[in-house]
Design a protein around this ligand. Sequence first.
Ligand code: ADP
Ligand code: MG
Length: 286
Amino acid sequence: IVGGEGAIPDEVVRDYDLKETLGTGHFSKVKLGINKKTGEKCAVKIIEKPSGSKIAMLKAEVDILTKCDHPNVVKMYAVYETETHLFLCLELLTGGELFDRIISKGHYSEEDARKLTVTLLEATAYLHSLGIAHRDLKPENILLKDEKDDSPIKITDFGLSKIFADDLQGEVVMKTACGTPGYVAPEVLTHEIYSEQVDMWSIGVIVYILLCGFPPFYGDNDAQMFKKIKAGSYKFLAPYWDPISAEAKDFVSKLLVVDPKKRMTSVEALKHPWVGKADAGSTNLF
Ligand code: ADP
Ligand code: MG
């Protein structure tokens, strides 16, 4: 879908050596950039500008992101633009996607899942306090800073991907057909006006998966899965969930609530007993 990156802006040429492609997304190409002055590495995400009114939305979002400053939110150093493309200079993350970590681990221990959840909630609460909803939280959009086992997580891709989503017809369908489980909140599926509470639903899905290794909502096809999401119909399947604490189950069940107003907010979730359970001596960054 992404063609070439078009002309490279003068400022990018002036400030960065652009090296190999680190990854490609649906709407972007990400290249290694080396700051010519400092030698510092960054990830340059090259996005083809969307059509019409969306460009204003995109720019507004990018503007907010440059103001974000949180240890678990990817840093955006600078933004450049040409006629056709945006160039986002981002903090370089080398640890890959949380998705791949989950697959290689099978699932997380409850304590590891809990620590990761605390970080995820803190970063999300930070974004929500700035009035930013991520809207596309899923393990593919949570990258690890480095390859270490206790690498901190960084939320990436917020808001941006959803701005493009309508451009790419059937994206949701395509993704689920590729085996990506549904992280999307019921109110999104029913086309209601939705708020940052959609992120809390997604966190419920992510934490469910972290704890047991499989998704809460599934079906033989998307229609079936979406029906289950809309009904909020899932189970803590035995025997997989048997060893998991009642507090963890309570936490998940207060996020996978169909009515967004009754769903825990990020601030409430941070006060939930499962999350608040202090673990003395833990130095893990996530
Ligand atoms: P899209 O929004 O188009 O899906 P992503 O932001 O997911 O694009 O980026 C596509 C790929 O580029 C990612 O899967 C990852 O491999 C790589 N990538 C993205 N951001 C970074 C980063 N900050 N550091 C290193 N690699 C990155
Ligand atoms: Mg992405």
